[in-house]
Design a binder for this molecule. Structure first.
Ligand SMILES: [Zn+2]
Length: 300
């Protein structure tokens, strides 16, 4: 990627500079299959980002109160979610920072034992965009090794913490031989990621803030951040996203967090969106990796 021309404001940048910025990481060919597995009309991929205490740690924070919020994710959030997934026979993907996996190793082993996927989610929920290449690469490699060692399964997919994608992230994922990423937002279907105009072979399973519980439910006592959408309103957004995906024969992807969605007044949303999708009958419930593999193999 070309460097910013010194002393120039964005409106003075030469065309090759702004084109270079835009084209560095880009969506390539769309990977929407003609049909999903077993002839299903729609794919349903739900994910849980088990950040737990790392949300506080990554800021250099030492708040015991917010750390206990992270522990809630492990003690209450994940068990409640696993109970719902088991009741409905739905596989899911959990993205886990290495530090959260080291703090809660039994949780990760249980998740894998119950048939779910675990993906890379940074070391300590650090933001990639502030890191030099060497540090980001080192943290990604170490994070993969930790998850591999704890669960016995080598993760092949990554989600950047806070969906913060640096200019080096895709190159690192390619060097690691990852199968897919799930941090970017250029489509509603899976697509192949392009690096400086070249296909990488890495599949993006796109996310979106509208399909993320944190957007609606986050709260900070000493800042103005407050939940402003009632749980029924959040379900309504998710349901509309699903209904449109179903109508189009596409993919419904959802991101939630055990320490956020796991509360009694919210966790029913997970069950309700699964029930709603199940009522359609021809929906394929799959992990993110299963969706990616199917989309790549059967792209129309
Ligand atoms: Zn996260």
């Amino acid at each position: 990627m070309n460097d910013a021309p010194q002393k120039l404001e964005p409106w003075q940048w030469p065309e090759e500079h702004w084109r270079g910025l835009v084209n560095h990481v880009r969506a390539g060919r769309t990977l929407r299959p003609k049909a999903w597995k077993d002839g299903a009309r729609c794919a349903f991929a739900i994910s849980f980002d088990s950040d737990h205490e790392t949300n506080e740690l990554r800021e250099g924070g030492q708040s015991i109160g917010r750390m206990s919020w992270g522990q809630f994710g492990n003690r209450v959030g994940v068990p409640s979610i696993l109970k719902i997934l088991k009741r409905h026979g739905v596989p899911a993907t959990f993205y886990v920072p290495a530090v959260a996996a080291l703090l809660h190793s039994d949780e990760q082993r249980r998740i894998v034992a119950e048939g779910h996927e675990i993906g890379i989610h940074s070391w300590i929920h650090e933001l990639n965009s502030v890191l030099p290449y060497e540090a980001e690469s080192d943290l990604m490699l170490r994070a993969r090794d930790v998850l591999d060692k704890i669960t016995g399964v080598r993760p092949v997919g990554a989600r950047t913490a806070s969906w913060d994608f640096s200019p080096h992230t895709l190159r690192i994922e390619k060097e690691m031989g990852l199968v897919y990423d799930s941090s970017l937002m250029a489509d509603v279907d899976c697509y192949e990621l392009m690096l400086d105009g070249e296909p990488t072979g890495i599949v993006e399973l796109p996310v979106e803030w509208v399909r993320d519980d944190a957007v609606y439910f986050m709260m900070h006592r000493f800042q103005s951040l407050r939940p402003y959408t009632p749980p029924e309103g959040v379900l309504d957004v998710f349901r509309r996203e699903f209904d449109a995906a179903y109508a189009e024969g596409g993919l419904f992807q959802l991101t939630t967090h055990p320490h956020i969605i796991g509360h009694r007044s919210r966790v029913w949303i997970v069950e309700e969106i699964i029930r709603h999708a199940k009522a359609r009958g021809d929906v394929w419930f799959a992990t993110h990796l299963q969706v990616v593999e199917w989309a790549k193999a059967h792209a129309a």
